[in-house]
Design a protein around this ligand. Structure first.
Ligand SMILES: Cc1cc2nc3c(=O)[nH]c(=O)nc-3n(C[C@H](O)[C@H](O)[C@H](O)COP(=O)(O)O)c2cc1C
Ligand SMILES: CC(C)CC(=O)C(=O)O
Length: 392
């Protein structure tokens, strides 16, 4: 893709995209996508928290050439952003997850597919054939081991590089919009990754056997991780304590996430949770983040705090709703341009130049204070503490 593509005449930012996309959706679908659990405290704070961090630009650095590319799941990606797993893209546009996948592949970024996607994992990864970007399959894990095994085998067969186990959903959060609007999947859409007998009522009526595993534990994670060739990531880790458990489990990485504020309302904004987690993990496994990222400068701030990679859930959905696959491409382009511009203005020519000392945060005295750079952990510990396959 031409990374300096033509501009849209209406949409110049993700906030414009959200506004335009939202106008095209019915109340039920708009609220399902845009809202979250209970009073939306965390939905709002996920974005607001980025504004509590400020940038400390360095000047007189030669930034004539800026390289925003990095690596994720063993693939080179255009910049440190990919698509989080989000259910039901076809409610936004008929292009669905396959359209999202084509846009990701053309730009060279990675995509995670929800087990509640409206396109199959095989069809979605086929859209990226030959493009070089990587895919991951997200699973909540159900109480039915046969369903879990089938999902994992399908993902491996489709060429997924990672298995993303969502750990913040032992049950569905209380999304008041879904109750108010009597939300359900329209009859013409299906969950092709879930098998023929699955319909959306299994999800909203909390049939845990079919939809979630309320008894998911670290022991089960270790067993699942040992049964797959894919790299395992845990999505929904929100504390240093659980990040350390993940390190002990020997998984490849974690995604610091509160499910976009759709599970526990009043959960800490992910950018606020990130710091203690990065400090606890000390570089032993990958630390990714999602939730509230709406600008290239947000990606910069997350990397500066120590994240290895960022993901967005609602952004591609708004792109789809606005203009199908082309709308998704527009969304990626905007975030790429904003991120590359932020790097340039901050005096960073490559990803490894981005440091905590580029950030300032408001302290109890009301003043802004520079953050201290992280130590170089790469020389201290290499790789996870334990090899999960060796343990079992
Ligand atoms: C409509 C919608 C559906 C989602 N479905 C899933 C899902 O099936 N599995 C999952 O792990 N997370 C799901 N999420 C959460 C996202 O993966 C991600 O954590 C969240 O959207 C990040 O916040 P953001 O939308 O502010 O970027 C969903 C989010 C949205 C908005
Ligand atoms: C089908 C839903 C359970 C998908 C989801 O995780 C969400 O809506 O946040």
């Amino acid at each position: 893709m031409n990374r300096k593509a033509t501009r849209d005449s209406v949409v110049f930012s993700i906030s414009d995209l959200q506004r335009e996309a939202s106008q095209k959706l019915s109340t039920t679908v708009r609220e399902y996508y845009n809202e979250g659990a209970m009073d939306l405290v965390t939905v709002k704070d996920n974005t607001a928290a980025y504004d509590r961090l400020r940038l400390r630009p360095r000047v007189c650095v030669d930034v004539a050439k800026v390289d925003a590319s990095t690596e994720c799941f063993g693939s080179k990606v255009a910049f440190p952003l990919g698509f989080s797993p989000a259910a039901m893209h076809k409610l936004a546009h008929k292009d669905g997850e396959c359209g999202t996948s084509r846009a990701a592949a053309k730009f060279g970024i990675n995509m995670l597919l929800s087990q509640y996607a409206t396109d199959s994992i095989g069809d979605v990864t086929a859209m990226g054939a030959g493009a070089g970007n990587a895919y991951g399959m997200q699973v909540c894990l159900t109480e039915d081991p046969a369903t879990n095994t089938r999902l994992i085998r399908d993902a491996e067969a489709a060429g997924c590089k990672s298995l993303v186990i969502t750990v913040d959903a032992p049950a569905l959060g209380r999304r008041l919009n879904e109750y108010r609007n009597n939300f359900s999947l329209p009859k013409h859409l299906t969950f092709p990754n879930m098998g023929a007998d699955m319909d959306h009522s299994d999800v909203v009526t909390y049939d845990p056997r079919k939809a979630y595993d309320a008894a998911l534990t670290w022991t089960k994670i270790r067993h699942i991780a040992a049964t797959t060739t894919m790299d395992v990531y845990l999505k929904g880790v929100q504390t240093a304590e659980d990040a350390l458990e993940a390190v002990r489990c020997g998984v490849a990485g974690i995604i610091v996430s509160n499910h976009g504020g759709r599970q526990v309302d009043s959960a800490v904004a992910t950018i606020d949770a990130l710091e203690e987690i990065v400090d606890a993990v000390q570089g032993r496994i990958q630390v990714h983040i999602d939730g509230g990222i709406r600008r290239g400068s947000d990606i910069f701030k997350a990397l500066a705090l120590g994240a290895d990679h960022c993901w967005v859930g609602r952004v591609p959905i708004w792109g789809l709703a606005y203009n199908g696959e082309e709308g998704v491409s527009l969304a990626i382009q905007l975030l790429y341009d904003e991120f590359a511009t932020t790097m340039t203005l901050m005096g960073c020519t490559k990803i490894s130049d981005i440091k905590r000392s580029h950030l300032s945060r408001m302290g109890p005295d009301g003043g802004f204070h520079k953050l201290q750079d992280l130590p170089d952990w790469s020389s201290k510990v290499a790789g996870p503490i334990l090899d999960v396959h060796a343990r079992l």
